[in-house]
Design a binder for this molecule. Structure first.
Ligand code: WTA
Length: 652
């Protein structure tokens, strides 16, 4: 392995605390912790100053409007995400830099390198193609694409003309797609004929047309990734390659209001209905740009690999907009990390000389299980900064990532954020530190938050509480839930009022002011880094006509972090069987997709209920976690708890 420089040192006085070395400090964009104080003294001035680094067709009149539930940034300013991602670099003379490297899953297929100039041309052509289909500024466009460069092209093309995109994860079922297309009122859907996953071609076109059925979708644009044999319905379906071949390569980026809706992204709340999280153009651009730059220490020539799927917010911000606005190379991999073997990720790092790797703890844990010999085979010395996201990381996974992947020289940036926040919120900076296993860190400069108790008082060091973010709210924080502003107010601002955004995450702080995120305090799970509500799995299972009642709770899992466990009551006269279990799993697959699949299905005669008939999910949660079940005297049916203890193998 090539000689790699040490960038990180262990704190001699504290266990498991690491700091940047002088060398890393020298290289990093930020190395002086005075930035925190300065930004906190006037966050609006801080963000405004940073916003100047981007291109504005018209500068804002007012930086921040604090109106309750209707806060705004850069009011009166006009900008464009696609202009900032592409044109800005080309005008600065960097058009020949590589914007995207794409690696297909089949090893025999060649990787693709797309320069900024080429990407610009592709985006302009497709933007014109969308226009020719009647897409106008403000129209919502559905995107249901796998990990292929066209996913980035499609998002960029939408942003260019001001048509908000709504990307739906390609592994979601047609029904999930339909709900999202319906809610967004999308008239155009962009999909592919398929993609490769674990060596198998997957048909996506069929799922896309099923999902579009009964919605307002009039046109389906299909990218050819497989053999092009998909059946196309005349008048509705159009091949992407035909559309762009006819379109002009000239498409000026639309100057958009800073508050213009740039995209919707549906995410799980505590009910069965996903919510369309709304993001802006200007505020989102500024925070995506700056967090990508400072957190991963992006410099010209860097090759940044974020392993998320484009269907999740991490893919939006750190595959697409963040790295491209920084003019570096964003790396995309089409397939599965075990194809053809568990060395694939490390082979990719070596082959493409990846400089930053940003991934999820669940993937790290999965790779640890395969043994140290896989990363040991490859030269990983190009890596400089490592990142994690999506769920709390455990000490073992952190240390393995640090030692075996980062060679004890790369800082690990543990970024806490949410679909709602649009970009990273809490993490320590590579040039400032400290880097501590399981600890995300401080609010990014200009972001003020604290850990509060249920009464809204800040907790003491080490005490558990809830993470809240204070006004002035960070520029990329969501402006609301599409079509449901009441839900927005209630969900995020009823606990601590309109000046403090409630995150639904539990956390505690240490004596240095770092936050350790302990996980969701509502009924939202993080399953293998994928956000999912227990209520979504419940409503999926309830669609099976054999089910009379169902309750889903989460349970910790070694690899996936958390998994859903379903308690199912069958209709009268139906006996539990393997066949019914399979049928139930198939129902979840149909309604949500494989991400919603319960790890266990427990057939029960009854579940604990209050006297008013409400299911006590808290008790079920304790049962599957082997925790004390607490007071049962107020239950309608305390005897059912004993029966369930046997069913789940409760040891108490
Ligand atoms: C969790 C993903 C601990 C958290 C970007 C949050 C984390 C939810 C971290 C949002 C982290 C995200 N440490 N937990 N570094 N990052 N989470 O919307 O529970 O898919 O509320 O956004 O993931 O998930 P979402």
């Amino acid at each position: 392995m090539a000689e790699a420089k040490k960038w990180v040192m262990k704190d001699p006085k504290r266990e498991n605390v690491f700091w940047p070395t002088a060398e890393l400090k020298k290289q990093a964009w930020v190395s002086d912790e005075a930035i925190y104080k300065k930004a906190a003294a006037d966050p609006v001035a801080f963000w405004s100053q940073q916003a100047e680094e981007l291109h504005w067709f018209k500068k804002w009149d007012k930086a921040y409007d604090p109106a309750p539930y209707a806060y705004k940034w850069f009011i009166g300013g006009k900008t464009n995400l696609s202009y900032n991602s592409l044109d800005r670099h080309i005008q600065a003379g960097h058009g020949d830099r590589v914007a995207i490297i794409w690696e297909p899953e089949p090893v025999e297929e060649k990787a693709l390198h797309i320069t900024y100039k080429e990407l610009h041309e592709r985006v302009c052509r497709f933007a014109n193609g969308l226009k020719s289909l009647g897409v106008k500024k403000g129209d919502r466009v559905g995107i249901y694409l796998p990990m292929i460069p066209e996913a980035v092209v499609a998002m960029q093309a939408c942003a260019r003309i001001g048509a908000p995109h709504s990307v739906v994860f390609s592994a979601f079922s047609p029904e999930s797609l339909r709900d999202r297309l319906d809610d967004a009122g999308a008239k155009v859907l962009i999909t592919a004929d398929g993609y490769y996953r674990r060596g198998k071609p997957i048909d996506l076109k069929k799922a896309a047309e099923q999902g579009a059925e009964g919605t307002k979708v009039e046109k389906i644009v299909v990218v050819k990734r497989l053999d092009g044999s998909a059946s196309m319905k005349a008048g509705r379906d159009v091949w992407y390659h035909d559309l762009v071949a006819k379109a002009s390569a000239d498409c000026a980026a639309e100057p958009l209001d800073a508050e213009h809706l740039s995209f919707l992204l549906y995410t799980s709340g505590t009910t069965g209905k996903p919510k369309g999280i709304m993001h802006t153009t200007g505020g989102y651009a500024v925070q995506s740009y700056l967090t990508a730059k400072w957190n991963f220490d992006l410099h010209p020539g860097d090759i940044f690999w974020c392993t998320a799927d484009v269907g999740w917010v991490t893919g939006h911000t750190y595959i697409n907009y963040g790295p491209l606005m920084n003019g570096v190379t964003t790396f995309m991999y089409e397939g599965s990390p075990d194809m053809p073997d568990y060395g694939r990720m490390w082979a990719i790092v070596q082959k493409h000389k990846i400089t930053q790797l940003y991934t999820a703890p669940t993937l790290i844990r999965m790779l640890i299980k395969q043994g140290d010999e896989w990363p040991a085979k490859y030269d990983l010395s190009t890596l400089r900064v490592l990142g994690t996201v999506g769920e709390p990381i455990n000490v073992d996974a952190w240390m393995w990532y640090f030692e075996k992947i980062g060679g004890e020289r790369c800082p690990i940036i543990d970024t806490w954020w949410q679909t709602e926040t649009g970009a990273n919120m809490v993490n320590n900076l590579p040039g400032v530190g400290p880097f501590i296993p399981t600890v995300a860190g401080r609010g990014f400069p200009g972001i003020i938050g604290d850990i509060l108790d249920s009464g809204g008082q800040p907790t003491k060091v080490g005490e558990g509480g809830y993470l809240a973010i204070y006004a002035p709210f960070p520029p990329s924080l969501t402006r609301g839930i599409y079509g449901d502003m009441d839900r927005f107010k209630n969900q995020y601002f009823s606990d601590y009022g309109p000046e403090r955004y409630f995150t639904s995450d539990g956390a505690r702080k240490d004596d240095m002011g770092n936050f350790r995120i302990t996980g969701r305090v509502d009924d939202v799970m993080n399953v293998a880094g994928h956000r999912l509500a227990t209520a979504e799995v419940e409503s999926a299972l309830a669609q099976n006509d054999k089910v009379s009642e169902v309750a889903v709770v989460s349970k910790p899992h070694d690899l996936k972090g958390e998994v859903p466990v379903a308690f199912v009551l069958l209709r009268k006269g139906i006996e539990p069987s393997e066949e019914i279990r399979k049928d139930l799993l198939a129902t979840v697959n149909r309604v949500i997709g494989p991400t919603g699949r319960p790890e266990e299905i427990i057939f029960a005669h009854d579940v604990p209920k209050t006297r008013s008939g409400k299911i006590m999910r808290r008790i079920l949660k304790s049962l599957v976690r082997d925790e004390p079940v607490g007071d049962l005297t107020t239950l309608l049916n305390p005897e059912t708890v004993d029966e369930l203890k046997k069913a789940v193998g409760y040891k108490g």
